[in-house]
Design a protein around this ligand. Sequence first.
Ligand code: GLN
Length: 316
Amino acid sequence: MISNPPTHRDESSTNGTVEIPQWQQVEWKLSAGVQVGPAVNTATQRLEEAGITTARLDAQVILAHVLGVERSWLFAHYEHELAPEHAERYMELIVRRIAREPVAYLVRHREFYGIDLYVDHRVLIPRPETEMLVDQVLTEAAICAPETLTVADVGTGSGAIALAVASNAPNAQVYALDLSINALAVARRNIERHNLCDRVQLLHSDLLAALPVRADVVVANLPYVNTTDFATLDPDVRNFEPSSALVAGPQGIDVIERLLPQLPEHLNPGGVAILEIAYDQGELVMALVERLLPQATQLELHRDYHGRDRVVSFQL
Ligand code: GLN
């Protein structure tokens, strides 16, 4: 039985605790001396029953994590018997996955732009779409090289964008800002782990308020989910990721709307803003930029690989 529903969540979350449906409160035990193959198979079945579409992959990733091996190791060691403590830990994590806790939080890492990041419930799990923002910042860095490009990553969360930029552009000096002290602790861990403390500076800041210099680029993956869409998100996201990093009012633009007027005093002349937006916010955000920053030039909407609105950029 799951006696204690997961309580690991951002303190700013407003969702209350996770309710685990009756049918999910399963007794799930592996027999003593269970081997890798059967351990993966039985967990896969349980995860499928719980409606998880990536069941087998999840089971493999979780078991590899528990054993401290690469996922490929499992395929060559199907008959390897799990030590009791490994079986115990594996069962614990599979049960949490059945309750829809994201795999990245269970294994405490996620790859972003080829970089291994530590993540936990204090930060949003970096998404592949966000790599588009990094590409655009790196283009700016290449244009101005070897001159220094000063970048502000607003709402840095795990530090994903800041780190991807700093590790791929030697001429980038990055300020990574966040309002959440919890998120900054995670970002610090990642920056130290990748030895980028000299080029990524963390700042506790409400949007750009604490930025000590003008930036050449402001890049931001701020919360942009509207309250209606939030209610329909996967339970993995809705019940576990920090809602403070996701939700931004009835249209999802409350935070971006607050950022825009701050840009002129924090960007150098000719500076660029690169903002991630929701799949259907292109027109809305473009209109907002035109209204609040009529002086903006090169206003562009970029779509992601699925053809959905994803990034708005412009110059001031
Ligand atoms: N892309 C995220 C999601 O769909 C939202 C991220 C954000 O609000 N910045 O869950």
